[in-house]
Design a protein. Structure first.
Length: 501
């Protein structure tokens, strides 16, 4: 029996991020962690999105959903021969020779839709931005469906289309599926490797992967060089190929000058590490190797008796719904520590203008009480991006939001530039844990909060809805406390010489 491959194997390779090791692990019996609450929620949204499009196509659609695969393949061929207007859950199969081996390829597009010239292939996806850079798996999958259709009916499809999360129909190119077939050959080869391939870990890359619990502890146990902050995927692979496979080996082999000149893959070309990145990478490696802090420079926080800690909770754009900020949290810390304040959008309410206006009222009061120069401290770019977006969405009548923008201080790059920490990430959650800050909740995080917010919006029980919102508000308040703890610690640390905790 020939090896069987399908478009789902392309998803294994590319989603949630490209990983060759994931292909090998699945083929060798490793079981990923079950999907979390967010993943289950998105799967449910995806099913509803697909069903919505099915209903919109009307009663003429022939559905093969739930039938055995062999029966669906037979009925698909018959329905196309009969000129059916639209087919839901068709099944296609073809064979191809890849690297000298006959491979059976099967695929189940969501829809085949008749046009004047033939049939087009359409799939429903909840992604809003359908680009090859963001979603190569979608492009490969649809191309493979097109190839299967062409092999089955001896004519190419008239088009490949995606019914996107925006409810728009997005056309995709069809090139005969050369890239998709090349990747299927790679997947077959990966499956047959006797030992697992090297795959660099990465904080963002591995975060949503079901195999993180398998791969991350093993990378830590072998001091994998890819754990060093600043070592990107291309650099990790180049170092590995050059025999530099551990954190200690990185410092032994390179100094700032030689590492800066090292070229590593960067897209379709190569790029030097560079004079700015190389010293920071080596300091991070040294901090991890010696398990100590290395003070680089005084933290560039503006001197002020008081600081606003500022943190937002947002609901990402899902399907046709725009991204919204449902909680704007702020608190003044310092010589005149104030009360926690949060402008909150009630669950289920899609008109967020009132929430924005409430935030501006809070910000205006801070400006009045503490003056023009008080810094607004946040972590990473999320707050700046969304204050700017909300000015465009709802306006800024008296310039309060522009004032907030002018006073924003991003604590993440300040921390990165001031001190090298024996950590694998500069996320706020990792640093606060390193400092010993303890939260009152066992579960927390931006994705967790978003799931809880959607649960609250869908709850018919007012008491349950309020309980969920209290959990989210507490999480945001503790985010502000944790951020202030990091700011205080870092400003104090600058006077110690950075000789360890």
């Amino acid at each position: 029996m020939p090896t069987r491959l399908s478009p789902s194997d392309l998803y294994t390779l590319h989603s949630p991020s490209r990983c060759e090791l994931r292909v090998w692990l699945l083929a060798h019996g490793e079981v990923p962690a079950p999907p979390g609450a967010f993943e289950r929620m998105m799967e449910d949204i995806g099913r509803k999105h697909e069903r919505h499009h099915l209903d919109a196509l009307g009663p003429e659609v022939i559905s093969f959903q739930g039938l055995p695969r062999a029966e669906r393949e037979r009925l698909t061929r018959q329905a196309v021969a009969d000129g059916a207007l639209a087919i839901y859950q068709p099944a296609l199969r073809a064979e191809v020779e890849l690297d000298g081996e006959r491979i059976e390829v099967v695929g189940d597009p969501d829809f085949l839709i008749r046009t004047e010239e033939g049939y087009l292939v359409r799939d429903a996806k909840i992604a809003r931005e359908i680009t090859e850079k963001d979603h190569p798996e979608i492009f490969r999958q649809l191309a493979l469906y097109g190839w299967l259709y062409e092999r089955t009916f001896e004519v190419p499809p008239t088009a490949l289309e995606v019914y996107a999360g925006t409810e728009e129909i997005v056309p995709l190119p069809y090139d005969g599926a050369a890239t998709a077939l090349h990747e299927l050959a790679l997947i077959r080869a990966l499956r047959e490797l006797p030992t697992e391939p090297y795959e660099p870990v990465g904080w963002s890359k591995c975060h949503d992967c079901g195999f993180k619990g398998h791969c991350w502890p093993r990378a830590v146990s072998r001091d994998d060089v890819s754990l060093v902050v600043g070592v990107d995927q291309g650099l990790a692979r180049r170092l590995y190929d050059d025999g530099v496979r551990t954190i200690a080996a990185l410092g032994e082999r390179f100094d700032s000058g030689t590492l800066a000149e090292l070229k590593r893959p960067w897209g379709a070309r190569e790029q030097r590490v560079g004079k700015t990145k190389a010293p920071a990478i080596l300091r991070s490696a040294e901090a991890l190797r010696d398990q100590r802090e290395i003070l680089v420079a005084p933290p560039a926080f503006p001197e002020c008796p008081n600081y606003v800690m500022f943190d937002l909770e947002g609901l990402q754009a899902i399907l046709s719904n725009p991204e919204i900020i449902y909680l704007w949290g702020l608190q003044v810390f310092g010589e005149q520590t104030g009360a926690f304040q949060a402008a909150v959008l009630e669950p289920g309410d899609t008109d967020d203008e009132g929430c924005w206006r409430q935030f501006l009222t809070y910000a205006r009061a801070v400006r009045t009480e503490h003056g023009e120069d008080i810094p607004w401290v946040h972590w990473a770019s999320y707050e700046k991006t969304h204050v700017t977006a909300y000015i465009e969405r709802w306006g800024d009548p008296d310039g309060t939001a522009q004032w907030v923008l002018s006073r924003l201080v991003d604590a993440l790059p300040i921390t990165q530039n001031a001190i090298a920490l024996p950590l694998y990430s500069y996320s706020l959650k990792e640093i606060e844990k390193y400092l010993g800050y303890e939260r009152s909740q066992e579960e927390f995080g931006g994705t967790w909060a978003m799931v809880k917010y959607i649960e609250a919006a869908e709850s018919g029980d007012p008491a349950a809805r309020q309980a969920l919102m209290r959990e989210i508000v507490k999480y945001n308040r503790e985010d502000l406390e944790a951020m202030w703890a990091v700011v205080e610690w870092l400003r104090e640390r600058a006077g110690t010489g950075g000789n360890g905790r």
